[in-house]
Design a protein around this ligand. Structure first.
Ligand code: SAH
Length: 235
């Protein structure tokens, strides 16, 4: 009885997976990416040419799990597995622009996730150091970035609260998960005059996206908008 019942189900599943495969192949991701940059990013005021160029180039859909690929260029965050998300494209562009990056600089990212934000950074600057606490995500990001030929992204599995002292100081630091307060090691590992962008707030609440510059060893901070990121967890 069980076998009779399972067979058609199995066939339907196979047919369904074929039909989603061919539907995916028909999606023109390049056109979707162009539209994303024009409508979600430039129309909302992001205009740094290096950021626009990077957002036009990086194939965001390759950082998104197969089952969500067709939504890759939509105007919202998406699940990437392990309960984590890839940020909304506009937020990636906005946070990158705030850092005012220059070619040749070195940047630390906390929260590698899919590796997409790291790829956008790697298009603009020299070396990206990115820390991810979930091993499976860090390894998968490493694989995706490797397959796309990014040699200037270095991923470490570990707790971002500690930063990456061996590679410090950094010209800029971008944090894509939200701590309750800015971790002191990150301030210490930022160069004098260096820039930071970081969401700050309690778990489960809306957070403040904070832009900061290091002057005289201290951060000068400014709140720029309200956001909702996954929490920065402590192991
Ligand atoms: N920048 C990512 C999105 C990040 S989602 C992208 O472009 O896809 C936030 C990530 O921060 C998650 O992958 C989560 O596992 C990670 N994270 C949470 N707490 C962390 C910590 N203490 N140290 C490092 N990474 C952390």
């Amino acid at each position: 009885m069980k076998i009779v019942f399972c067979y058609p189900l199995f066939l339907i599943l196979i047919l369904l997976s074929f039909s989603t495969c061919s539907a995916q192949e028909e999606i023109d991701f390049t056109r979707l990416r162009e539209a994303m940059v024009n409508r979600q990013i430039m129309d909302r005021g992001v205009n740094d040419p290096d950021v626009i160029k990077a957002m036009r180039k990086v194939p965001r859909h390759l950082f998104v799990p197969q089952e969500n690929r067709r939504f890759s260029y939509a105007d919202h965050p998406l699940p990437i597995g392990e309960g984590q998300t890839i940020s909304q494209p506009y937020i990636v562009a906005f946070m990158t622009e705030v850092l005012k990056l220059k070619p040749g600089e070195r940047v630390l990212e906390i929260g590698t996730g899919s590796g997409y934000q790291a790829a956008v950074l790697a298009e603009i600057i020299n070396e990206v150091y990115s820390i991810e606490i979930i091993q499976a995500l860090g390894e998968s990001a490493r694989e995706t970035l490797g397959a796309l030929g990014y040699k200037n992204v270095h991923i470490k599995i570990g707790d971002g609260h500690k930063g990456w002292p061996q590679k410090a100081p950094f010209d800029a630091i971008i944090v894509t998960c939200a701590p309750e307060k800015i971790p002191r090691p990150l301030v210490e590992q930022l160069k004098e005059g260096g820039r930071m962008i970081i969401p700050v707030g309690r778990r489960g609440t809306v957070q403040k996206l904070v832009r900061a510059v290091k002057r005289g060893g201290q951060l000068k901070t400014e709140d720029v908008m309200l956001v909702r990121f996954v929490p920065m967890v402590t192991p």
